[in-house]
Design a protein around this ligand. Structure first.
Ligand SMILES: [Zn+2]
Length: 191
């Protein structure tokens, strides 16, 4: 995907690191995350906020597969969201994680906690993709939009990989007659 120019600093910015920022008069500006955060910090009078760009890191999952995580720190009023995600065609895909903190929190402490959270998630495998089977009795993942289903059916991301609702249903059929519990959690919660 094409990089866009931040309307504040003029830097070429990848699509995952831009924010559409609405102004009072109803117009929109495309800003890089750093400029967006600086603007929110200024309008909220937050002088303790650390507006930093975090370098990507590479981590290995329990199958020996490498994953490159990119980070985005976003200021949301008096709180901050720290997001970690993999990229495909320069958009977030695969594993995604989030931590919510206070605007004056130490960003590197949050980053340490987020990396631990990623490490815990990468140490667990829920689906054997070769055998098309659920390994144990628990599946954790994320609900996404399935383009091929025009939004009628979810696409789920488990172990950082996409699975169609149909394929997940087929895997469940090896447990016909068993019970299940479906629990939904917000992106920052740990399941
Ligand atoms: Zn900028």
């Amino acid at each position: 995907m094409a990089h866009a120019r931040c309307e504040q600093c003029g830097n070429e910015t990848p699509p995952w690191d831009t924010v559409h920022c609405g102004s009072g008069d109803g117009s929109y500006e495309l800003l890089c995350t750093l400029c967006f955060n600086a603007r929110i910090a200024e309008s909220n009078g937050l002088t303790d906020f650390e507006n930093v760009r975090l370098d990507p890191i590479r981590m290995i999952d329990c199958q020996g597969e490498p994953h490159q995580f990119h980070f985005q720190l976003r200021l949301l009023g008096d709180r901050i969201a720290l997001n970690a995600f993999e990229l495909r065609r320069e958009l977030p895909a695969g594993y995604q994680f989030q931590l919510i903190g206070e605007a004056d929190d130490d960003v590197f402490v949050l980053l340490g906690r987020l990396v631990e959270k990623i490490r815990r998630a990468l140490s667990v495998r829920h689906i054997d993709f070769r055998e098309q089977q659920i390994i144990d009795s628990t599946v954790r993942g994320r609900i996404e939009w399935d383009e091929s289903q025009a939004g009628h059916m979810p696409l789920v991301v488990v172990d950082g990989k996409e699975i169609s609702w149909n394929d997940l249903g087929r895997m469940l059929m090896s447990m016909e007659g068993w019970q299940f519990r479906l629990e939904i959690a917000d992106p920052s919660e740990e399941l």
